[in-house]
Design a protein. Sequence first.
Length: 246
Amino acid sequence: MKLYKYRGAANFDRDLQSIIENRFWSSKLEDLNDPSEALYNVDNLRREANFGLKLFDFFKLTKFDSQKVENLVDTQVKLVELFKTYGVYSLSKNNLNELMWAHYSEGHKGFCVEYDFETLEDLDIKYNSKEKYLKTQVHLLKTNYSQNVYKIDSMVINQNHRIIINSLFGNKSKCWAYEDEMRIITGLPGNQGYNERCLKSIIFGFKMCPEHKDKMINNLSNRGINFYQVSRKADSYQLFLEKIKV
């Protein structure tokens, strides 16, 4: 599976160094640009708790109390909230998305990295005390887009942790659908190492400065990767890629 990470020009040297060192930064939820990340609705949890406790009351196993409903919901929510300490690395399945180039590459002044994450084993997450890579769980998931906040229920919570992660991190507002996003979820935020074979190409933005292009080519041309330039067809909005000979 080919996945793409858009980068701007402001942190060019930092981003280039991370590519050279085969690592990426898995962000904390609060550092992402969507304030509604990992948002979920607990109406289903409250409905299930309400029904269950009323059933217990009917069989005289316990007396129904609305506060018991809230306590049960709070207990389940605390379990879900534990997963919010995980890290997120956002990628796109589209390398010629005009809005992505505008929003995440500073109006084409940056570049786009192409990875091949066909299997999670390609990530080759490792720990290195010197470079501070993290040994952690990794999950690759597709983002779903909806007009409504995801309603979590007890069936999700009682499943394995991967189901909870998919529910928590894999749902966003429909307005973000243009990103066509895939996410790498890591057990901890921070630097993550990956197998260098994952890196397949670098795509230069329409307005990327020549100095940055030359620096990337000089540092990465020995890696067997491809370099492309984003171009636009004459009298058209359509973008296309031109391969650069190095």
